[in-house]
Design a protein around this ligand. Structure first.
Ligand code: F6R
Length: 241
C-alpha cells in the first residue's frame, strides 16, 4: 500500500485530486467509484476547481459506493442527492453516466445484481474513492463482512448509525439498512484511493495498514490490493508505525 501523508485536509484534497486527475488525463472516459461522507468532499471540491479551470471530465463515468435503503433519490439525505450535488453537477458529469445503487427498488437483490452488471458492462472501475469508518468499514461493509462480498443489502452497525446521525434530524431517522458495493467489488477496482483525515480516524487507519488482514477491520483487505493508495493528513496518520 502506498501512503501519502499531507500536513492537513487541504493537502490531502490536492494530493488525492492529483491522482484522480492523472487517471482522467490518461483515460478521459475513466470509470470512478464514488464514496460519499465527509472524507472525499475536499477532493471533489478540488476537482471542481480544476474542471472550472479547464479539466474535462464530461466523459467520466461514475458508480456510487452505497445508498440507504428506503431513501428516494430526490431525498436530500440520500446518497443519490449527495452525489448529484457534490460530484455530478460540479464536475460536469453527464447524469446518465453516474449510477447510484437503488435503495427503493421493489426487488433489492435484483437491483444489486443489476448494479454489478452495470459496473462490468462499463469495463470495471478504474479508480475507487474510499473513506474509512471509525470501525474500519469500507463502503457500508461493516466488520465481519466477507472479503469476497458483492453489491448487496447490508445492515448498519449502531456505531455507524450514530456517526452518520449528523446528516439526519434525529439519530432514529438513520436507516438501519443500506445497499453497498461489496469488498470484492471494491477490490476489483484497478486503483483504490482511501482518504482519511482527522484524529478520529487514526486508530482505524493504523489497524487497516499495520494490523493483521482480518474481517474485524474490513479496510485491512486493502493490504491485498495491488494498487492501493492511502492519502491521509498528519492527524489520521498519528498511530501509523
Ligand atoms: C460513504 C461510505 C463510508 C464513509 C465512511 C467515512 O459512501 O461508504 O464508508 O466513507 O463512513 O465517512 P466520513 O468520510 O463521513 O468520515
Amino acid at each position: 500500500m502506498k501512503i501519502i501523508v499531507a500536513p492537513d485536509p487541504a493537502g490531502v484534497a490536492v494530493a488525492a485530486a492529483d491522482i484522480v486527475t492523472d487517471v482522467v488525463r490518461t483515460e478521459p472516459a475513466a470509470v470512478l467509484g464514488l464514496a460519499t461522507g465527509s472524507s472525499p468532499l475536499g477532493l471533489y471540491a478540488q476537482l471542481a476547481a480544476r474542471v472550472a479551470a479547464g479539466l474535462d471530465m464530461t466523459a467520466v463515468r461514475g458508480f456510487a459506493l452505497d445508498e440507504y435503503v428506503g431513501l428516494a433519490p430526490h431525498d436530500p439525505r440520500s446518497y443519490a442527492h449527495v452525489i448529484r450535488t457534490t460530484v455530478t453537477e460540479p464536475l460536469r458529469l453527464h447524469p446518465r453516466n453516474v449510477l447510484v445503487p437503488n435503495g427503493i427498488a421493489d426487488d433489492l437483490p435484483a437491483a444489486c445484481a443489476g448494479f454489478e452488471a452495470a459496473i462490468a458492462a462499463a469495463g470495471g472501475v478504474d479508480l475507487q474513492v474510499l473513506g474509512i469508518g471509525r470501525n474500519g468499514h469500507l463502503g457500508f461493509n461493516e466488520p465481519m463482512s466477507p472479503f469476497d462480498s458483492r453489491t448487496r443489502v447490508a445492515t448498519l452497525t449502531e456505531s455507524t448509525r450514530r456517526d452518520n446521525a449528523r446528516f439526519f434530524d434525529s439519530p432514529q431517522d438513520v436507516p438501519d439498512r443500506c445497499v453497498t458495493q461489496g469488498l470484492g467489488t471494491i477490490m476489483d477496482a484497478r486503483i483504490a484511493l482511501l482518504i482519511a483525515t482527522g484524529p478520529a480516524k487514526a486508530d482505524a487507519v493504523a489497524a487497516a495498514v499495520d494490523g493483521p488482514v482480518t474481517r474485524r477491520c474490513p479496510a485491512s483487505v486493502l493490504q491485498r490490493h495491488g494498487h492501493a493508495v492511502l492519502v491521509v493528513d498528519e492527524a489520521a496518520a498519528a498511530e501509523l508505525r
